[in-house]
Design a protein around this ligand. Sequence first.
Ligand code: GDP
Ligand code: K
Ligand code: MG
Length: 293
Amino acid sequence: MSHKAGFVNIIGNPNVGKSTLMNAFVGEKLSIITSKAQTTRHRILGIVNGENFQVVLSDTPGIIKPAYELQSSMMDFVKSAFEDADVLVYMVEIGEKELKDEAFFKKITNSKIPVLLLINKIDTSNQDQLEAQVKLWSEKVPNALIYPISALEGFNVKEVFEKIIELLPESPAFYPKDQLTDKPERFFVNENIREKILLNYKKEIPYAVEVDTEEFFEEENIIRMRSVIMVERETQKGIIIGHKGSALKKVGVEARKDLEKFFGKQVHLELYVKVNKNWRSDQRQLKRFGYNQ
Ligand code: GDP
Ligand code: K
Ligand code: MG
């Protein structure tokens, strides 16, 4: 029996629904999702295995113009997405009219690899709007196959996935068939906590935060974890902790619940906050947190 396998990279502007789609394909919450831009900082692989196929998806940060070192590293993840894909998934959302970064746009229209252009969030639109969008994008990106979808509600998600398999080359699997992702368990702990911070704090606080899980011990019935939330300033530390520790406690409870679902096991999570000045602009520290690989 023939076997297909290959790499599929999902790119697009912030907040169009890239991570939601990847999770829908994988059937697990690998990528954190919030309504804020820059929720996804890394390139995350999600692997979908079938008897005669293996699809290696990669979710990337949204395309932005970098303002500091962390963001440059995030864009390196996006750039590399053009280099090693068998299929490129370019996602836009309903109402979107252009990709602001010209260079990226050229790469998509000149792409030698097949491009699927997904118009997402059609659950929020009507038929006229949708038809206008399909027309617009088929003129802008003539080399693309266009699919209107709703990643959130699962509309057309299966059809897109079947198209992806059709486009993949004949190849043996690249990863063991029981593997779901390339990231270690600690990564999902960090990301989960970061998601709760994105959801619980306003303005710039989430962007000044990095999470590092220092301990991860799996016992028979429980996983014990200790994670540090790093901020850049003392004042941010106070905000994260909140009155008598209430804000931090809320983050801890919410993260623990999600992690118990993710790992399918009871979780004990210890959280603390540390000031670590300028981690966002320090190359060496960024490397430690998994950027600049
Ligand atoms: P990313 O930044 O491109 O990875 O986008 P996310 O996957 O984080 O999603 C950004 C926001 O859009 C979240 O609030 C999602 O719940 C929402 N979203 C994603 N897909 C859909 C969709 O198909 N319909 C609607 N209405 N919202 C969606
Ligand atoms: K987002
Ligand atoms: Mg994302």
